[in-house]
Design a protein around this ligand. Structure first.
Ligand SMILES: [Zn+2]
Length: 327
């Protein structure tokens, strides 16, 4: 699906297969030592399988009966082999290859060209490993969330204290992650710098990536650069990545350079994703009023109409953290 990752993913599959080939070889050696009769039976089975093929090829005499006889012989041998294995406490499939994914036998493909469902799991793994997210998310995750950094003190211009507010957001985000697969919900976080928007979106990213969803993170500025690459250089893979990922996080909307190009391409992207019901999480310092002022009506109406909006507020967490103030 995404160029550049394919060879890395196919390497993962070939390592899985190589490891299993080695493991199978050593299981065979072990059985040869512990139950040599099983090994003799294996030889007989492969001889019988060859004669089955030869009989079918020659097509002489009563072929149907001969084939039936050989098949029965193979079944008897298999039963005998299974009995011997289980009598010594081995599972009956001990001498068969054990795949991580039985659907594609660790090739990534079914019937040679259809991508197996397990492919996405490895794609997320490779994407995650190669993205800048990995380092950020080591620090920013729900486990490291410190609610004590948010003040209990409610000022007059807000309905609840910053701590109450963040608790509500936290609960909504947790259930967002839990219901992610079955919902079409898009999120818009707005508020001043340092009020926890990026932290919260990183927490969501980490949880979803760990569950095998493909999350792509871009600052608004990077996103516009990507859109330029898509439009001007025709980078189709990049377009596919941005549109088809499970969650596109756009951080710091409003800090990008706003031009006619950026506005119209941003609109196209939002629209395509909304139509495909592929989710987005946008964080911005712009209030809804600022959004209306800074963007065209087409963009604003989508942002304000199709996103669940959460307001973040409180004192700057980065400053509070540095001062060691907890209240
Ligand atoms: Zn598979």
């Amino acid at each position: 699906m995404f160029k550049g990752y394919e060879s890395e993913i196919s390497k993962i599959y070939s390592t899985l297969r190589d490891n299993e080939t080695k493991a199978l070889r050593s299981r065979k050696e072990e059985i040869k030592r512990v139950i040599p009769e099983v090994f003799e039976i294996e030889k007989e089975i492969s001889k019988a399988s060859i004669s089955l093929a030869m009989t079918a090829l020659k097509n002489e005499g009563n072929v149907e009966k001969s084939l039936k006889d050989i098949r029965e012989k193979i079944t008897d041998l298999r039963i005998k082999e299974a009995e011997l294995l289980t009598s010594k406490g081995y599972p009956i499939n001990y001498l068969e290859p054990q795949y991580t994914c039985n659907n594609c036998k660790d090739t990534g493909y079914i019937n040679n060209n259809i991508r197996c469902s397990c492919y996405k799991k490895y794609m997320v793994h490779v994407y995650y490993k190669n993205s800048q997210l990995k380092d950020i998310l080591r620090e920013n995750n729900f486990d490291n969330f410190n609610i004590n950094l948010f003040s209990n003190h409610k000022s007059d211009n807000v309905p609840v204290s910053p701590r109450k507010n963040i608790e509500k957001i936290w609960t909504s985000c947790s259930s967002y992650v839990k219901n992610f697969k079955n919902s079409n919900e898009n999120l818009l976080f707005y508020g001043d710098s340092g009020t926890g928007k990026t932290f919260m979106s990183n927490c969501i990213a980490k949880e979803l990536l760990d569950c095998g969803f493909l999350v792509v993170y871009r600052t608004a500025d990077e996103l516009i650069k990507n859109l330029r690459e898509i439009v001007i250089e025709g980078n189709k893979d990049l377009e596919k990545l941005l549109i088809e990922c499970d969650l596109l996080i756009i951080d710091d909307l409003g800090t990008e350079q706003k031009t006619d190009f950026s506005r119209s391409e941003l609109f196209n992207l939002l629209n395509k994703k909304l139509l495909k019901r592929n989710k987005m999480l946008i964080s911005t310092n712009l209030s809804p009023e600022d959004i209306l002022k800074n963007y065209t009506e087409r963009i604003s109406s989508r942002l304000l109409g199709n996103f669940n909006i959460f307001k973040f507020y409180g004192e700057d967490l980065r400053i509070a953290k540095n001062l060691g103030r907890i209240n």
